[in-house]
Design a protein around this ligand. Structure first.
Ligand SMILES: C[S@+](CC[C@H](N)C(=O)[O-])C[C@H]1O[C@@H](n2cnc3c(N)ncnc32)[C@H](O)[C@@H]1O
Length: 318
């Protein structure tokens, strides 16, 4: 097993040295091939614990996450521009190579959300929506068809590209609002949302992510839900990891680690309505959660709502 982990780290480091010397991370044959290989290397379930890496490999991981973020940003801008040139951009979303992953992730997050929350959210904030706000589009079109989505991005050009994609659709353009700001500058407004989504790449390292989580803990409404994306096993070479202990001010309801091509783990947490000490963590309440597995069959698992359960598809099936 150790040998397998060493081989994996060697492969990731070799891909890192090729990626980090590329002149540009804009979409090209070379960029696409290297990132595809990186994703395929990190995708299989692995017992690797990224907190135990050597200092050198930790540094490589941190830089690799930044490079993945930069490449993802370029890829999204590239496809947003192409889509924006169509009369009805939303009819062509399938041209984005990872559209199917967003469909699966959207369904997964919607399922997890509805199993942990009693009412349909009226207003959702999506932080880090980018030039191709596929999570909001998928949720608003397929699952939460009366909810309004407030998309926040620090980058005004990302927002204008994103807005262009929904303009031709009267329903979506009414329910998709775009705000340009660093989320750390948004304060009282955060109180208005039933659910806040935090994109995986907003806060690229532990310190940055925790600063944002603490900010959300301060300004979100009591009992509002926070949906976060994390990474498990070798997938943590691609995205930051959010641990339950990072979520100060929130009660973690569940953590789900997909093992298929959906790369991100999903964490759902609820802001404490009072101070955490008044909460019993052992009420033994049981919640039910239906999660789609790889073969798209549904499996039902029961989780105690007040316990953090980290579930992979394998664990659920065993
Ligand atoms: C590439 S992701 C986009 C997510 C993706 N389109 C989705 O639907 O899940 C990251 C985006 O987060 C934005 N971002 C990063 N830090 C931010 C912050 N502090 N406040 C607001 N937006 C931020 C970046 O500008 C970038 O567009």
């Amino acid at each position: 097993m150790v040998c397998q982990e060493e081989l994996l780290i060697e492969k990731v480091c070799s891909l890192y040295s090729q990626i980090s010397t590329l002149e540009s991370l804009k979409p090209s044959k070379n960029v696409d091939t290297l990132f595809t290989e990186l994703v395929l290397t990190c995708m299989p379930p692995s017992p690797i614990d990224v907190t135990n890496l050597t200092k050198n490999v930790q540094d490589i991981r941190s830089h690799l996450i930044r490079l993945c973020g930069e490449a993802e940003g370029h890829l999204e801008s590239h496809y947003s521009t192409i889509l924006g040139s169509h009369k009805n951009p939303l009819d062509h979303l399938h041209i984005f190579p990872y559209y199917n992953n967003y469909l699966k992730l959207g369904l997964l997050e919607y399922t997890i959300l509805t199993q942990n929350s009693i009412h349909v959210p009226e207003k959702i904030a999506f932080i880090g929506s980018g030039p191709l706000p596929l999570t909001s589009i998928v949720l608003a079109s397929n699952h939460l068809i009366s909810t309004t989505f407030h998309n926040y991005d620090i980058d005004s050009s990302a927002n204008s590209s994103a807005q262009k994609l929904v303009l031709s659709d009267p329903d979506l353009s009414n329910r998709m609002v775009f705000h340009t700001s660093d989320i750390l500058d948004v304060t009282k407004e955060l109180e208005d949302y039933d659910v806040v989504y935090l994109a995986a790449l907003v806060g690229m390292n532990k310190e940055g992510k925790n600063r944002i989580i603490d900010h959300l803990a301060k300004y979100m409404a009591p009992s509002a839900v926070l949906m976060l994306r994390s990474a498990h096993g070798a997938r943590a070479f691609l995205y930051p990891v959010v641990e339950a202990s990072d979520l100060q001010g929130f009660e973690v309801l569940s953590v789900f680690h997909p093992t298929d091509e959906v790369i991100n783990s999903v964490v759902i947490a609820r802001k404490y309505s009072t101070t955490p000490s008044t909460h019993s963590l052992d009420q033994g309440l049981v919640g039910s959660m239906i999660l789609p597995n790889k073969c798209s069959d549904e499996i039902q698992v029961f989780i105690p709502l007040n316990h953090v359960e980290e579930l992979t598809v394998e664990e659920q099936l065993s």
